[in-house]
Design a protein around this ligand. Structure first.
Ligand code: GUN
Length: 290
C-alpha cells in the first residue's frame, strides 16, 4: 500500500495561522517581534536558508534584520555584535546561522546569545531546560518534527522511535522531545553497530544524517512513519533526502517528501519561537509548551 504523504507545507501553514493570530494580539500592544539573523561568510546553503527565513518573517509581519559579516570576521567583533543585539529591546530573537567558518568558536558564540532571545534553542541553558522539562526555547527542526507528527495524528507514546544522527541542532533535541512524549528512543550515530538493525525496529524513524540514499526499504518496518530531515543536493542539481523515497513509499504508512516535508516546518517553528520570545519579553505569554 502506498504511504500517506506528510505535507510539511500544509502543516506549516497551520502553524502560521496561529502565528498570525498571536502577532495580532501583540499588535494590540503596539508590539512587533524582531528577529536578528547573523550570517558569517558565504556558505551557499546558509544563504538559501537565511533567505527563506527572512522571506517567511516578512510574509507574516515579523521584523527581521540580517547582520552580515565577512568570513574572516574576528571572534571579538562577532561577540560585540551579539552583545548589541542582546541589548536592543526591539530585537526579541537572535539567530547565528551555522556553520560558522572554522576559525570561529561556535560554542563560545552561541554562549553569548541571551538565552531569552535564543530562538534557535542552542544555548546550554535552553538545552538544560529542554532536558529537565522546563519552559525555554527548543530547536526549530526538532519542534517542527513533533508538530508534524501531531498534525498527522501520530501517537508517539510507547512507540519505538529511532533517530539517525545526533547533531545538536536536530538529532539530539529530536530524541529528547520524543522521549518527553513517552516514546522508547534509540539514537544512532556513526559509531552505532548495525544501524540498519535498529532502524528496522522503528515505528517512527527520523533520519537526520545528510547522506542521500542512506535509508533503503530493508531499513524500514512495514507500516512505519518515516520523517526525512536530510537535504542533499545531487550532482545533477536535484535535492533529495536521506531516504529512498520511492521504495519507502511502498513500505511506510506515512512519509515526508524532500523538499516539502520537514523544511517548511523548521521555518514555521522559527516564526513561532520569535513570537514566543516577544510574548515572554512583554509578559504576554499565557504558559503552555515551549
Ligand atoms: N544551519 C542549518 N540549520 C540551522 C538552524 O536551524 N539554525 C542555525 N542557526 N543554523 C542552521
Amino acid at each position: 500500500m502506498a504511504a500517506r504523504l506528510i505535507d510539511g507545507k500544509a502543516a506549516a501553514e497551520a502553524v502560521k495561522v496561529e502565528v498570525r493570530s498571536r502577532l495580532a494580539r501583540l499588535a494590540e500592544h503596539d508590539l512587533v517581534p524582531g528577529l536578528a539573523i547573523v550570517l558569517v561568510g558565504e556558505h551557499p546553503p546558509s544563504e538559501i536558508y537565511v533567505r527563506k527565513k527572512l522571506e517567511a518573517c516578512r510574509k507574516v509581519g515579523l521584523r527581521a534584520t540580517l547582520h552580515r559579516f565577512p568570513a574572516d570576521v574576528s571572534q571579538p567583533t562577532l561577540h560585540g555584535k551579539i552583545a548589541m543585539l542582546n541589548a536592543d529591546p526591539a530585537v526579541h530573537g537572535v539567530l547565528v546561522q551555522l556553520p560558522l567558518p572554522p576559525h570561529l568558536d561556535t560554542k563560545a558564540t552561541i554562549d553569548r546569545v541571551d538565552p531569552e532571545k535564543d530562538v534557535d534553542g542552542l544555548h546550554p541553558l535552553n538545552i538544560g531546560r529542554l532536558q529537565t522539562g522546563r519552559p525555554g526555547f527548543i530547536p526549530c527542526t526538532a519542534l517542527g518534527i513533533m508538530r508534524l507528527l501531531q498534525h498527522y495524528g501520530v501517537d508517539v507514546r510507547g512507540k519505538n522511535a529511532v533517530v539517525l544522527g545526533r547533531s545538536a541542532i536536530v538529532g539530539r533535541p529530536t530524541s529528547w522531545l520524543l522521549l518527553r512524549a513517552h516514546a522508547t528512543v534509540t539514537t544512532c550515530h556513526r559509531h552505532t553497530d548495525d544501524t540498519r538493525e535498529h532502524a528496522a525496529r522503528a515505528d517512527i524513524l527520523v533520519s537526520a544524517v545528510g547522506k542521500p540514499h542512506l535509508v533503503t526499504a530493508d531499513w524500514v518496518k512495514p507500516g512505519a512513519v518515516v520523517i526525512d530531515v536530510g537535504i542533499n543536493r545531487l550532482h545533477d542539481g536535484r535535492v533529495v533526502g536521506d531516504c529512498d523515497f520511492a521504495a519507502l513509499s511502498e513500505r511506510a504508512s506515512m512519509i515526508t517528501p524532500v523538499p516539502g516535508g520537514v523544511g517548511p516546518m523548521t521555518v514555521a517553528m522559527l516564526l513561532a519561537n520569535c513570537v514566543l520570545a516577544a510574548e515572554r519579553a512583554h509578559r504576554l505569554h499565557d504558559g503552555g509548551a515551549a
